[in-house]
Design a protein around this ligand. Sequence first.
Ligand code: AMP
Ligand code: GLY
Length: 422
Amino acid sequence: MIGAGAREHALVQALSNDPAVTALACAPGNAGTATLAAQLGVDATDPAAVAKLATSWSADQVVVGPELPLVAGAADAVRAAGIACFGPSAAAARIEGSKAFAKDVMAAAGVPTARSELVDNPGRLDAALNHFGPPWVVKDDRLAAGKGVVVTGDLEMARVSALTLLDGGHPVLLESYLDGPEISLFCLVDAGGTVVPLLPAQDFKRVGDGDTGPNTGGMGAYAPLPWAPDSLAADVVHRIVAPVVTELARRGGDSSGAFTGLLYAGLALTSSGPQVIEFNCRFGDPETQAVLALLRTPLAGLLMATATGALAAQPPLQWDPGAAVVVVMAAEGYPGTPRTGDVITGADGPGVLHAGTRRRDDGTVVSAGGRVLSVLGTGADLAAAREHAYQRVQQVHLPGGHYRTDIGLPATRRENGRFVAG
Ligand code: AMP
Ligand code: GLY
């Protein structure tokens, strides 16, 4: 397992529960993964180093968690070393690595998404802003860990955000605003083009309760969506994911360009149907923590089937019938510069997944990043899962830490007998 977040801790936990797994290592890992897997050192963004580590460890399979190693070509290097890899090639990872590439693929595949304009010249900014908003959506065209987007009804704020990027030499993508509840649908995709959706989830991106404050990497999530029709996943696969997978394979020309791994569709469910906000080339964090908590199908075999083009022969996925909620505990200062080195207590035992943590030589666990922990609750329904998650949060102490108190809350409410969207 390559990576060091709570997503990787959740993946390592699920892999360690699969009896088919005889040995597990995580690089670079964190204080949580270290309790379940051998902890190895690696510069994950160096593809040759990742492949060398996998070879020296005689790994049967490498699972790459984060986007940066994938965009850099880690999966290509691992496959070139003759080892099965769960994760797309650098060519296919551009679906996340370049928003302009993603827009181009979607246009070619006829997939609905926001109208957009790339601005690389400050002199063109005002004219371009006039083509959009309010609200204005201003994006950094580079990878920005979910933090590179400003959505604002204030034209001056949109201008300033765009100019800051342009002054730094970075092109800006302006987009039309997509109105509607946002969801994340993760799909396993193999080189043969088979697409298997996981449970849909919802992520809470803003730092504050009631969706206030700046965007973050994600402050919490829940799955499944009690308010969504059962047909949602199949509909999104049919209208959006499958056409994009086909287009990526067509562009690849050979199997190296085809997508293999996890294709994450971030969607807005607008009044005119689902539209794409973004694609990611890997499992989402924190949604993965919630989704995997409900997956009964052994994970290692599933990821191996994806990596080896055998998804079509897999039996249907098995899920727990309940709900899962994950609450992110973040360090003081996050999503700005997080304070690190705070001693964490109460995090041992079930229900707590580590992200930015480190175990000191004296055995204490200290914070070492922005998103520090993912606290998980499961239950028969969303309300019960929320209750369990927040009970567990109360047992954890992170000095200066903060978390949202409303993860999953809107979707526990009913209007006219029906659950409402988050
Ligand atoms: P991204 O990094 O593209 O996922 O954007 C981060 C967040 O910004 C999304 O989860 C949305 O909440 C918001 N966002 C991005 N693009 C749009 C859009 N075109 N319309 C509405 N909200 C958006
Ligand atoms: N949860 C958002 C992301 O993983 O990008």
